[in-house]
Design a protein around this ligand. Sequence first.
Ligand SMILES: [Zn+2]
Length: 284
Amino acid sequence: MSQQGQKRPVPIFDAHMHLDPEGRNLEAANEFQRAGGTGLVLVSKPYRSIPCSAVADFERNYELTVGMADKVRTATGLQVLVAVGPHPAELPRLAAELGLEKAKQVMLGALEAAGRFAAEGKAQALGEIGRPHFPVEQDILSSSNELLETGMRIASERGCAAVLHTESATPAVFSELAAMARRAGLGLDRTVKHFSPPVVRLEENAGLFPSVIAGKGAFEKALAQGTRFMVETDYIDDPRRPGAVLGPATVPRRTLDLLSRGVLTEEQAWVIHRDNPALVFGAK
Ligand SMILES: [Zn+2]
């Protein structure tokens, strides 16, 4: 039923946030909402309270993320989608601890567990998965690529999205990732490049779905090319690295500022903050 004559508030969606039980967690979600935020993707991360060296540890990690999402929904009414998966930096760490072969098995089990969370409706995406953004040995890199493609295949089989963490995306990186997604059978609209530069044209991003990091000027740059993108802070909620990334109010502030200056229209805001997340994550 449409509420005729009643103006709905513009949706404001942060496509990549972390919350940490040792960080500000609920308080950060409140800050996001007070600034005008309406929805977000809560992404699992390596929590200090849950060191992971076996698949069961990753499952506890995901349960923590899912539980945190429930808490935020209950306390705020925000739309909270969930992404779970083994962070790509876990592979080199596990390889040092367990040896590469065992580490790969654990990462694979963690990807399969994430797929089960998606199948059970507890998560809408596998993420963040991918490969380390820092230089690693060749065998770690090739193993990361194998795991990434397997993760994409699992996402495709489970009918969910995949949120990719990789090195900085150049056109060559975008093409390589798009080729992997195609081989894995994962739709490009469901293949999200997290921490993306403002590269919206299909010929430059090879069809991956950009989640543009909301640093200065990036939203405007993306907008000048179209509306097929989402915006994110990658808020990390790490008390030991305050100010290391953009704060939780950044996406609402930038969105409202662009709206007030007429750079962003309400129609465009609805596409970027509501239609795009719905397309990518299958959420309403
Ligand atoms: Zn992240």
